[in-house]
Design a protein around this ligand. Structure first.
Ligand SMILES: Nc1ncnc2c1ncn2[C@@H]1O[C@H](COP(=O)(O)OP(=O)(O)OP(=O)(O)O)[C@@H](O)[C@H]1O
Ligand SMILES: [Mg+2]
Length: 222
């Protein structure tokens, strides 16, 4: 699914939406219990559904009336701007360098309660920008301006950005892809999170095949 519109046009949309609602409900309880309003989404490797998951969960937070900021912090493979069909590429880096205010670095999306902060033009040294006082301050400021701040992060194993980011975020949501993510990779990624003293608030298994019987319940009318 290249765009949020593609997602909305899938045959299984009701099924997906219900799943994301269910994940969001569990997350919200967890966040409330811990008194936190910020988390990042990561996984062990590339293409496991981090951006897909963060975009859809952020949408549900917004649909439930929460002002929500989704930050694309993956300078290596930014994808949320395309997914949300946003042309402006002013975002995270412009806020970190101090060239623009936080709100100036966010864009409207398909939902009025949801704003996206794209990456902006990737710097040569993303790691140094992630591991900065400015990044820490940006998250704090975002939390003051939005009910929920959700960060789409790079994968944990190939690059170090998410190990750093996980120590700056209040929580971490860990995504795996069914039958693709290796057990040993999950273990290594978890070890990295543990070393960073990250607070893992949940995990999502993406890419589980949907059978006809799974879909059945979604045809009932209430
Ligand atoms: N459950 C799913 N059903 C259908 N398509 C999916 C699903 N999960 C992810 N995709 C698609 O697979 C591709 C990779 O997903 P996504 O970009 O979310 O992964 P990622 O972990 O963020 O990747 P990257 O490491 O590049 O950031 C995208 O085109 C996305 O729309
Ligand atoms: Mg991604």
């Amino acid at each position: 699914m290249k765009t949020y519109r593609d997602f909305e046009q899938t045959k299984e949309i009701q099924f997906y939406k219900e799943k994301f609602h269910s994940i969001q409900t569990s997350l919200q309880f967890m966040l409330q219990k811990q008194g936190i309003r910020n988390f990042m989404v990561t996984s062990a490797n590339m293409s496991e559904g981090k951006s897909f998951t963060s975009a859809n969960i952020a949408t549900v937070f917004a649909e439930k009336g929460n002002s929500t900021l989704l930050i694309d912090a993956d300078f290596h493979r930014p994808s949320l701007r395309k997914y949300m069909q946003i042309s402006e590429n002013i975002g995270l880096i412009d806020c970190l360098t101090g060239d623009k205010t936080l709100m100036e670095c966010t864009q409207e999306t398909h939902h009025p309660n949801l704003r996206l902060m794209p990456t902006g033009i990737a710097p040569l040294n993303p790691n140094e920008w992630i591991d900065s006082l400015e990044m820490k301050q940006l998250i704090e400021e975002a939390k003051q301006q939005f009910d929920y701040v959700i960060i789409d992060a790079p994968p944990l194993l190939p690059i170090t950005d998410s190990r750093i980011l996980s120590s700056l975020c209040d929580g971490v949501l860990f995504v795996t892809f069914a039958k693709k993510t290796k057990r040993s990779d999950i273990k290594q990624a978890m070890r990295y999170l543990e070393i960073a003293d990250a607070n893992v608030i949940g995990s999502v298994v993406n890419g589980v095949a949907i059978s006809k019987s799974d879909m059945k319940g979604y045809h009932y009318k209430y």
